[in-house]
Design a protein around this ligand. Structure first.
Ligand code: GLA
Length: 401
């Protein structure tokens, strides 16, 4: 009896060790310790994806200074997949990708960048192309053999009763079994509250909202009763309360950037980018980076604002003060200082004030303030910082004791 008990304990101990070792040695361990940065085809090009476009974007990511500013992933979104062959392997459109996907990935890698692709947990993608359901392990092997580093996995055309957490866990395990470290971007629009289970399922980021639209305010229904496309402010208001779920390796994703797509003013794009940065959001550019104005390039490559997004502490900043249209946001940084964002949602310029207590400092503290868009030190302040903020604009500063 005693012997039996001892061997049961030894067995359980070995199982525990093996599980711990498997988790330790998983290829996806340690991915996305800061929010992923890159470029994705969807917001600007929708289904018009091709080898030529992707290569051009990779070239532009280097020549525009985006790579130097921290952008890494070049991601092909929906519509690259034409069919499955008679063995069930997913096949890209031959006319758009005449050299196959590996050639595209090799080109992206040759620029010192990483390569991402898109599929779907259901039978078909949102664009009606072959989805991943039932082919998870087979697709993971294809992706790994092509050199995929990032997978965005959507939630269209799932079957009734399909469990979201189990589906994403399944694709994570399939990706891991390929042996290649692959970032998993969960794209189920927040409907099953992925912030509650996304990390456990092995996701590195999860969409918290419906699709972003290239506009500042409001929501528009797709069709009567089918909600919603989201402007920047609507997305911000949905993503902000979820701050406690974000951290290194697992991020809330308020969707890709619209900066440079033409629907907002330069001021609004600067605010959009700054709000994503203070929310530690993934920064996936969604414009035509081969052809952007200097103003748009300057927004996307503002290294001081990007440093806020990429801060190693990984805290998602949040709203700490609101007075009508005027808001104060704060994000603690690894060195103990704060990034502070003053937002004016209103239609005319107004002065916004951040008090030290709001950002977690004592009122008597004398701190240095630096403006991250003007790239200017503003001297020392005690107790608070005030600045005029233009309509739909932001002022972003660091406050350092
Ligand atoms: C969904 C996603 C988008 C995009 C499209 C592609 O709407 O949320 O980001 O990937 O599908 O069809």
């Amino acid at each position: 009896m005693k012997k039996q008990l001892i061997s049961t304990f030894v067995f359980l101990f070995l199982v525990l060790c093996a599980t711990a070792f498997a988790q330790e040695s998983s290829p996806s361990k340690g991915l996305a310790l800061t929010p992923p940065m890159g470029w994705n085809t969807w917001n600007k090009f929708a289904c018009n994806v091709s080898e030529e476009l992707v290569k051009g974007a990779a070239d532009a990511m280097v020549s525009s200074g985006m790579k130097d500013a921290g952008y890494q992933y070049i991601v092909i979104d929906d519509c690259w997949q034409e069919k499955r062959d008679d063995k069930g392997n997913v096949v890209p459109y031959a006319d758009r990708f005449p050299n196959g996907m590996k050639a595209v990935a090799d080109y992206v890698h040759s620029k010192g960048l990483k390569f991402g692709i898109y599929s779907d947990a259901g039978k078909k993608t949102c664009g009606g192309k072959p989805g991943g359901l039932g082919h998870e392990y087979q697709d993971a092997i294809s992706y790994a053999s092509w050199g995929v580093d990032y997978l965005k996995y959507d939630w269209c055309n799932t079957v009734p009763g399909q469990d979201a957490k189990a589906s994403y866990k399944n694709i994570r395990e399939a990706l891991d079994s390929s042996g290649r470290p692959i970032v998993l971007s969960i794209c189920e629009w927040g409907s099953h509250e992925p912030w509650l289970w996304g990390e456990e399922a092995g996701g590195n980021l999860w969409r918290t909202t419906g699709d972003i639209q290239d506009r500042w305010a409001g929501k528009k229904e797709w069709a009567p009763g089918i909600c919603c496309n989201n402007g920047v402010l609507a997305i911000v208001d949905q993503n902000e309360p979820l701050y406690s779920h974000a951290g290194p390796g697992h991020w809330n994703d308020p969707d890709m950037l619209e900066v440079g797509n033409g629907g907002m003013t330069t001021t609004e794009y600067r605010s959009h980018f700054s709000l994503w940065a203070i929310m530690a959001a993934p920064l996936m550019a969604g414009n035509d980076i081969r052809n952007m104005t200097p103003e748009i390039r300057d927004i996307l490559t503002n290294k001081e604002v990007i440093a806020i997004d990429q801060d190693a502490l990984g805290q998602q900043g949040r709203r700490v003060g609101k007075d009508g249209d005027l808001e104060v946001w704060s994000k603690q940084l690894q060195d103990g200082s704060r990034a502070v964002l003053l937002l004016n949602r209103g239609s005319s310029q107004q002065t916004v004030t951040a008090n030290w207590e709001q950002i977690g400092y004592p009122a008597h503290l004398n701190a240095t303030v630096r403006d991250l868009w003007a790239h200017k030190d503003l001297g020392r302040s005690t107790g608070k910082f005030s600045a005029p903020v233009e309509s739909h604009g932001v002022v972003v500063v660091t406050v350092r004791p």
